[in-house]
Write a protein that binds this ligand. Structure first.
Ligand SMILES: Nc1nc2c(ncn2[C@@H]2O[C@H](COP(=O)(O)OP(=O)(O)OP(=O)(O)O)[C@@H](O)[C@H]2O)c(=O)[nH]1
Length: 306
């Protein structure tokens, strides 16, 4: 066994920033090699900063999946966007993820402006190359490199894994010397309770097909490790309206039951222990404006910006 002396280690934070749906969470999961951040085809899935940890020989890289940056409306939205920019400002390297299929959208343009104010070295990551022609990719890479200075450009498919290792190796070579922040075998800093809430939220997003998911949040109210090692988890699904509650419940409670079954199945896989999951649906009209609700998600209350 090789012993790694603390004075020889490297460690750094790499923020993954980009527009909603660019593929940041998919990339984080591909980098870490397991699911640490929930992914859906809907924009604004990631609400808080989620850290995924990769330890390679003497180097630890902490990737930060940030919420997609967009024009915020509610307090929650502002807190999400703040979390994304804070993630970028705190990192050693900033990876700008661009959905190459969508190309140069207004969101991407305004992100370029924001990123110009961030002093840390930047990487350009063109994602979804599996869905784009080579010429389109090269043209996009050139345009973006003319707008902003990037240390390196990577063309990847987070979904298929192409180019992900190259990006990770590059990051490993460019993080500063320093002690590790996490034990070698830790993959994320999310608590069990938050992980459980995120998984249920993902299943909800996947089962309910309209506006409602943006108006839903899930909180783990109680997380108990039972004597037999199984987990008993009580969660509340907050919706903003009674009509939404009816949809989330479904006829005879069918929808929530199916969501619970999906979530339970995945939680058993993640936690590697039996899980007893209990979901309750409550109406909380303005939860998106209630700091208590999103403080739970690890988002800071955006002071003075109410
Ligand atoms: N074709 C293709 N689709 C991808 C790729 N990477 C991600 N996607 C899809 O893009 C969608 C959004 O992916 P996410 O990883 O949730 O995107 P995100 O940037 O984290 O989104 P927010 O949480 O909204 O900020 C999902 O449907 C993914 O499956 C890729 O390399 N190729």
């Amino acid at each position: 066994m090789v012993t790694i002396e603390p004075e020889n280690t490297r460690c750094g934070f790499v923020a993954l920033v980009g527009a909603p749906n660019a593929g940041k969470s998919t990339l984080l999961n591909a980098l870490v090699g397991t699911k640490v951040s929930i992914v859906t085809h809907k924009a604004q899935t990631t609400r808080a900063q989620i850290r995924g940890v990769v330890t390679l020989e003497d180097t630890q890289i902490v990737f930060i999946d940030t919420p997609g940056i967009f024009a915020p409306k509610r307090r929650l939205d502002r807190a999400m966007v703040d979390a994304a920019w804070t993630g970028a400002g705190d990192a050693d390297l900033v990876a700008f993820i661009v959905d190459a299929e969508r190309g140069l959208t207004e969101e991407v343009e305004s992100l370029c402006e924001g990123l110009a104010n961030i002093r840390h070295p930047r990487l350009l990551i063109l994602n979804k190359i599996d869905a784009v022609r080579r010429e389109t990719l090269l043209a996009l890479a050139q345009t973006l490199n003319e707008r902003l200075r990037f240390e390196q450009t990577f063309m990847i498919s987070a979904l298929k894994g192409d180019g992900v290792q190259d990006m990770m190796d590059w990051c490993a070579r460019h993080v500063p010397p320093g002690p590790w922040h996490f034990p070698e075998d830790q993959l994320t800093d999310l608590s069990l309770a938050i992980t459980a809430a995120e998984v249920t939220r993902e299943k909800l997003f996947l089962r309910i097909h309209d506006e409602i998911p943006y108006n839903v949040t899930v909180e783990t109210e109680r997380f108990q490790i039972q004597k037999d090692g199984s987990y008993k988890i009580d969660q509340v699904v907050y919706v903003t309206r009674d009509t939404h509650k009816k949809i989330v419940l479904g006829a005879g409670g069918q929808t929530i039951k199916a969501i619970g079954a999906d979530a339970r199945r995945e939680l058993i896989e993640i936690f590697e222990t039996p899980v007893h999951l209990f979901l309750f649906v409550k109406v909380r009209e303005k939860w998106g404006d209630d700091p208590e609700r999103y403080r739970e998600m690890g988002l800071d209350y955006p002071s003075g910006k109410a």
